[in-house]
Write a new protein. Structure first.
Lengths: 582, 444
């Protein structure tokens, strides 16, 4: 019934209603980039302008009466200049102890291998719960943990919750909805008759999904929706690419968006409580290894890389989900980062993952994991473990290069890199076609569904999706997804300074590094600025596994959002509003 | 956490790298956008009188006449992709109506139309004149630069593709545009280079006489002549194509001066126009003995010329030492907009006016006293033939280079017939038919 209606109207637009359809498409090609820029701008403003001055959570009163502010939830105390609380006395170790605040406002103190030992109220301890007023001794230097005053709490709460901090996300989502409705309308008017109802209903379903998620988060009293809006914007463009290149796969992609949102919610829930998150780590570690092992046993080789598993008619890329597991294992709270045992287990785990990847022979994926590994090591390396870790990274990198038997098609891509136009019929064919189609699209595009790129290049809607978007939507809208990923990167970097826990910060940094690297390789590979490595553009490329992992990565980024009531990953402010102990 | 916050700076670096990349993409789009658009099967291509050579508006159709279609094969390309249509790729963006704002999307519709300077009528005549012999014919207007004729043989009608692989002899090098992308040994036509150099460098060259007894010793070896000319003047030496006289002149000029002139005349350079880059010729005396240098001055040794480039040298001789750079595309329009319009560009002044005029007059003397004015449509023409040996057991290549000096028909030409034998005998009948056709084409 409904499909009939869609098709009837579609054929009307192709015949008697042609004039109206043409006028609409002519207007829409200019309106689309305007809406796109508006959505991006409205998301960018709050992400780039939130307050991030350090907040004081408690005071450390020194023997001479001097008060040192405790500005993080996880603080390294020590003599070293990089410490959060610097106590420059010779008996204090460079990194002496970690002072941790928890969701419920309680504190703990952990010795991180100091020479002078840590004692609380006269008793030497390794790890100890801390009350306000307890006397702490670090290598003989005594200090007292003191609470913040009610005024300070009020002031900080005011800054965190003032209305300007979060722009109305509902309006932004409404604009996105208009964008989606008009995109669907354009497909309806211009699209091929087959599968037109799938395409139109597909866009409706995305609209439904985004408002459902928005409402769900509203009920959970979460008031920010910027990163999700960006993800839905990119997913919408990705959906239009699929509607143009393979309309029958729209439903599959939709299911994967829904699945991605589910993964996003699960990871978010797991990280809401750091203790739960730490338990999840073990699960993730095992799951990651199992997935890779399954891949090695059951995997199918496509283009020289054995990274696909076929289940029935569905093919699936486990390495995409292993990315999420790897981040989980890599992230860690501050009191554990610096202990040797933890470092060792992470190093062993990385080595196991690298070994599996080497066996799989997937160059692009190996590169992405390598970047994630480098970033995690960079973030985790304290002063004494830095050498061990960076050494591991370099060894793994060299090992990968030595072991991976780079397939000939990848080598050929390297040899034509930067010279695509000198070999337009063979090695440079894909890039040359990509650039031709980008030029063909101009600034405003040929209209969704009207491109020719999909006829020329095999991986048009995945590895070369940037050109696909540019041809059909124009260069302006084609660059917006790239800017959206840049925006996420800057947001994570800005959030790091006020991160609640190093667990969130490390996870978010690694997640955004993966997204940025994929975007760089995808876009600049298409443009022959970098060699083509064949990785997906997060959210935009056609691919179910990629969509799932993109949403998972987004959960890690969201968890780093420390704005009041912004992230579902951070508990509501109730605990933070607790009256100061006196 | 302070440490983490500092290390999170890597994300700023990545973001900055991405922004730089975005900027690079935008700049490349603005600068190179038109170059990204090779021929996309757009538009209509017509000759100078409007005859349709290719029409892509509804599928691809070609010229009505089979010989014209065959004559355009190496210029417009084949259907199988063995021949790169450099010309069409160069103007792909204009034919598609590309602009940087709206790409190839056109609200009002429209169609690309490329007008060539070629004449289908002359093309047809030239290919018929070659009559299946392998070689090339090119004619251009040395005052404006318009190329009227450019055919390369062997060729075939792209509508009825023959068995190329099965007949390697018959279709040897069929995909190569011989006029632009091959180089030939010039034979005696190269005496024009030596003569031009002598006119500028040896002040009394016109009063000199040479003695030819059929051969002469240069250095340690002997130059053989095509006859025994006895005492012979400079003018007669060119007319009779006396190897002895020209070897002695070349020897007197020396390797450095000869090389200097060959380079000045562009023999070792390539021409670029309308997406074509012609093949470079060769004139390398860096390791030549005195004998070899003299032999090179006669057009032997390792000398090679590209027909198209050499044609401009002939144009310069006819035009007081300076000729227009050749071109093939007159204009490209899209709808009512003119996207490209050719402009006449003069090449460098490569020869003094007096030397050029003297040489031109000497070449006219050749026509009157050697080749026969009858072969040049009754126009005031000058020419020099060449017979280039190809090695043991192979018939020589025949060449004829020359010009017409006339207000209405300022034309320079080059004819090459592979294995044609004696230059003038093989080529003069061909040039007569081609020039006749040119007169008709330019008159209409």
């Amino acid at each position: 019934m409904l499909p009939d209606f869609f098709e009837t109207l579609n054929s009307y637009f192709q015949t008697d209603g042609r004039g109206f359809a043409e006028v609409f498409c002519a207007v829409w090609c200019y309106l689309a980039p305007v809406l796109g820029v508006l959505i991006l701008w409205r998301c960018a403003k709050p992400l780039l302008r939130f307050r991030r001055e350090p907040e004081t959570w408690a005071w450390l009163v020194m023997p001479d009466g001097q008060q040192l502010p405790v500005t993080h939830w996880e603080n390294i105390i020590g003599r070293g200049r990089g410490c959060d609380i610097v106590v420059n006395l010779s008996t204090v170790s460079r990194n002496h102890a970690v002072l941790t605040r928890y969701d419920d406002g309680s504190w703990s103190l952990t010795d991180i291998g100091s020479r002078g030992a840590v004692s609380v109220n006269g008793k030497t301890v390794d790890i100890c719960a801390l009350q306000y007023g307890d006397v702490i001794s670090l290598g003989g230097v005594e200090m007292v943990l003191a609470p913040t005053t009610a005024e300070e709490v009020e002031e900080q709460k005011y800054y965190r919750t003032r209305p300007a901090a979060i722009a109305s996300p509902g309006l932004t989502l409404t604009i996105l909805t208009v964008f989606q409705l008009l995109t669907a309308l354009q497909f309806w008017m211009n699209g091929k008759e087959d599968a037109i109802s799938t395409v139109v209903l597909g866009f409706m379903a995305v609209i439904g999904l985004e408002w459902l998620l928005f409402m769900a988060l509203k009920i959970m009293r979460r008031s920010s929706f910027e990163v999700e809006t960006l993800a839905f914007f990119l997913s919408t463009i990705g959906l239009s690419v699929i509607a143009s290149s393979a309309p029958t796969e729209v439903t599959k992609q939709l299911i994967c968006i829904a699945g991605g949102i589910f993964i996003y919610l699960v990871i978010g829930w797991s990280m809401r409580d750091l203790n739960r998150a730490k338990r999840f780590r073990y699960l993730a570690a095992v799951a990651g290894l199992l997935l890779l092992a399954a891949n090695l046993v059951l995997g199918r080789e496509i283009n020289g890389a054995k990274n696909w598993i076929q289940i029935g008619s569905m093919s699936f890329q486990p390495s995409e989900l292993v990315k999420l597991c790897f981040l989980y294992v890599g992230a860690s709270t501050m009191d554990r980062i610096v202990t040797k045992r933890n470092m060792l287990s992470f190093i062993i785990y990385s080595a196991a993952i690298c070994g599996c990847l080497a066996l799989m022979n997937d160059f692009g994926t190996a590169l992405i994991f390598f970047v994630a590994l480098v970033v995690i090591c960079l973030m985790r390396s304290g002063s004494f473990s830095a050498l061990a870790l960076l050494g591991t990274v370099v060894c793994c990198g060299v090992l990968l290069l030595l072991v991976i038997d780079i397939p000939p098609h990848v080598l050929r891509r390297f040899s034509t890199w930067g010279h695509a136009w000198e070999d337009p019929l063979n090695g440079g064919y894909d890039q040359v076609k990509a650039m031709t189609c980008i030029a063909s699209g101009g600034l405003f595009g040929l209209g969704a569904g009207n491109g020719a790129f999909r006829y020329y290049v095999m991986a048009a809607d995945t590895d070369y999706v940037f050109a696909f978007v540019c041809e059909e939507w124009g260069l302006i809208l084609g660059l917006l997804p790239v800017l959206a990923i840049i925006l996420l990167g800057v947001f994570v970097a800005r959030s790091a300074a006020i991160g609640r826990s190093s667990f969130y910060t490390i996870g978010a940094c690694a997640a955004v590094a993966i997204m940025m690297t994929q975007t760089i390789l995808n876009v600049f590979g298409t443009m022959d600025i970098l060699p083509m490595t064949g990785v997906t553009f997060p959210f935009v490329s056609n691919g179910g596994s990629s969509m799932l992992s993109s949403w998972g990565l987004l959960a890690f980024i969201k968890a780093a959002d420390t704005r009041q009531n912004a992230s579902f990953a951070v508990r509501t402010a109730k605990a933070e509003e607790v009256e100061p102990y006196e | 956490m302070n440490k983490l916050a500092k290390r999170a700076w890597f994300a700023y670096f990545l973001a900055a790298a991405m922004l730089v990349g975005v900027l690079v993409i935008v700049v490349r789009y603005v600068v190179n956008g038109p170059d990204w658009m090779p021929f996309q099967n757009d538009g209509v291509i017509v000759d100078r009188s409007g005859t349709v050579l290719m029409d892509n508006t509804d599928g691809r159709t070609l010229a009505d006449d089979a010989t014209v279609r065959a004559s355009m094969l190496q210029i417009l390309g084949d259907n199988e992709g063995y021949i790169t249509p450099y010309l069409l790729n160069e103007y792909g963006d204009e034919l598609a109506g590309f602009n940087r704002i709206s790409g190839t999307r056109h609200m009002g519709g429209g169609e690309g139309r490329m007008t060539l300077t070629l004449s289908a009528y002359v093309q047809r005549a030239a290919l018929n004149a070659l009559n299946g012999q392998h070689g090339t014919v090119g004619v251009y207007n040395y005052k404006t630069g318009e190329i009227l004729c450019m055919v390369s043989s062997p060729t075939y009608d792209p509508w009825t593709v023959p068995d190329v692989a099965g007949n390697p002899e018959q279709y040897n090098g069929v995909y190569v545009n011989r006029f632009l992308h091959s180089a030939y040994a010039p034979g005696s036509t190269f005496k024009l280079v030596t003569a031009a150099a002598a006119l500028e460098r040896i002040s009394d060259i016109e009063d000199r006489t040479f003695y030819c007894e059929g051969s002469a010793r240069i250095g340690s070896e002997t130059v053989i002549c095509n006859g025994v000319h006895g005492t012979i003047s400079f003018r007669q030496a060119l007319c009779q194509s006396c190897n002895v006289a020209f070897a002695q002149i070349a020897d007197e000029l020396g390797a450095d001066v000869l090389t200097n002139y060959a380079e000045r005349f562009g023999i070792t350079d390539s021409l670029s126009f309308d997406g074509f880059i012609t093949k470079k010729g060769n004139f390398d005396l860096s390791e030549a003995t005195a004998y070899e240098a003299a032999w090179a001055g006669v057009g032997q040794y390792t000398d090679q010329i590209n027909p198209c480039q050499y044609m401009t040298f002939l144009g310069a001789i006819a035009n007081g030492g300076q000729a227009a750079t050749p071109y093939l595309v007159d204009k490209v329009t899209f709808g009512s907009k003119t996207k490209y319009e050719a402009k006449t560009e003069m090449g460098d002044k490569i020869l003094s006016a007096s030397a050029a005029d003297t040489l031109a007059e000497m070449m006219h003397y050749n026509v009157v006293n050697n080749y026969g004015e009858w072969y040049f449509s009754g126009l005031y023409a000058g020419a020099k033939s060449g017979t280039a040996e190809r090695g043991e057991g192979l018939t020589s290549n025949a060449l004829l280079t020359g010009f017409v000096q006339s207000e209405d028909y300022p034309l320079a030409f080059v004819v090459v017939i592979e294995g044609g034998g004696a230059g003038s005998t093989a080529c003069t009948p061909v040039i007569r038919q081609v020039l006749d056709a040119c007169v008709v084409a330019m008159g209409s």
